[in-house]
Design a protein around this ligand. Structure first.
Ligand code: TYM
Length: 341
């Protein structure tokens, strides 16, 4: 593991503009983006080139990119401090993606579990982009020589792949420490927020049931209804954290409460020990409404001024390019790609 000695401590992360942000995205990733701004130079991307690995309707995609920008802002990502932009406006992502395609090995990509999940049974019909997706993700991170990557648990394997690609480049071209090996930053309390309908599946934008997730745009009634209907078991809440072990739905709801309220799971278990879900669920609903309501409002406020959002994305792209452009040039030089201008 490198210490990233000569590298600026820099955070990079991204979210796909494919539908609403949900509570898993927020607690697992975006909330952490906001906190990291205090200590790091941060680059936060709307990864539209990743979104097109599956077919997107152009108008919907354009709208989703701006909505995700509004969601970043509403959650507290600050464009004065962090670069906020969409990936396709900074060509270095795609350029470095190609270079890294020539470094990454087929065998490495064949092990990626997310491709297997997303491609489903008919793998022959998946786009080449979907297969290659983790290499573009590595390019996203390495174009900025990012040292830290805040993500949910499901992205960990992709960051490990990015480290392998970075190490192979450094090694093959004998440029020690050219790329830092980025560290994943995973929030333990909400690393994997699960579906409200099935405690064994992660909360996901692609779940056909909207009741399985809380969207950041849901209103108070929708949030309360989804929590009321969330799957649980018939037992009261336990008095120890261990008592949650074989109870995935209960563990998920307690975990959400703890994360939303910035408490430990122990503290929540102590508070609600022996209580029925009939007591716990309304408390969770009130908490969720109190924390998420202001975000939904802020998001609407930002969406009322699309030209402001576009300006932020344009400035963010300029800032991002100023970091990534010299890195990609250096990569070309190291590899012997001749530049005459
Ligand atoms: P995406 O768009 O699927 O998700 C965005 C972020 O939300 C996290 N997340 C969750 N965390 C906890 N519980 C859940 N149920 C949950 N669902 C999603 C994800 O882990 C992620 O951090 N490939 C990435 C986007 C990407 C990226 C990058 C991330 C592209 N390039 C470079 C980091 C660095 C993705 O599809 O995330």
């Amino acid at each position: 593991m490198t210490e990233g000695k000569q590298h600026v401590q820099r955070v990079f992360s991204g979210v796909q503009p494919t539908g609403n942000l949900h509570l898993g995205n927020y607690l697992g990733a975006v909330r952490n983006f906001v906190r990291l701004q205090d200590d790091y130079e941060c680059v936060y991307c709307i990864v539209d080139l990743h979104a097109i690995t599956v077919r997107q309707e152009p108008e919907t995609l354009r709208r989703s990119i701006r909505e995700l920008a509004a969601a970043y802002l509403a959650c507290g990502v600050d464009p004065q401090r962090s670069a906020i932009f969409n990936q396709s406006q900074v060509s270095q992502h795609a350029e470095l993606g190609w270079v890294l395609n020539c470094i990454a090995r087929m065998g490495w990509l064949n092990r990626m579990t997310q491709f297997k999940e997303k491609a489903g049974k008919d793998r022959e019909k998946a786009s080449v982009g979907l297969y290659d997706y983790p290499v573009l993700q590595a390019a996203d991170i390495l174009a900025y020589r990012a040292t830290h990557v805040p993500i949910g648990e499901d992205q960990k394997q992709h960051i490990e792949l990015c480290r392998d690609i970075a190490a192979k480049f450094n090694n093959d071209y004998e440029v020690e420490d050219f790329f830092p090996l980025p560290e994943p930053l995973i929030q333990s309390a909400a690393a994997r927020v699960m579906s409200l309908r099935d405690g064994s599946k992660k909360m996901s934008k692609s779940d056909p049931s909207d009741a399985s997730r809380i969207n950041l745009t849901d209103d108070a009634d929708q949030i309360a209804k989804k929590i009321r209907k969330a799957k649980t078991d018939p037992e009261p809440l336990p008095d120890t954290v261990e008592g949650l072990e074989e109870r995935p739905e209960a563990r998920n709801l307690v975990g959400i409460y703890a994360a939303l309220n910035d408490q430990s799971v122990e503290a929540v278990v102590t508070e609600f020990a022996g209580k029925q879900f009939g007591t716990f669920k309304p408390a969770l609903a009130d908490l969720a409404v109190a924390k998420l309501g202001p975000i939904a409002e802020e998001m609407q406020r930002h969406l009322a001024d699309l030209s402001h959002i576009d300006e932020i994305l344009a400035k963010g792209a300029e800032r991002a390019e100023a970091i990534a452009e010299p890195v990609v040039r250096e990569v070309y030089d190291v590899m012997g790609l001749l530049r005459t201008r």
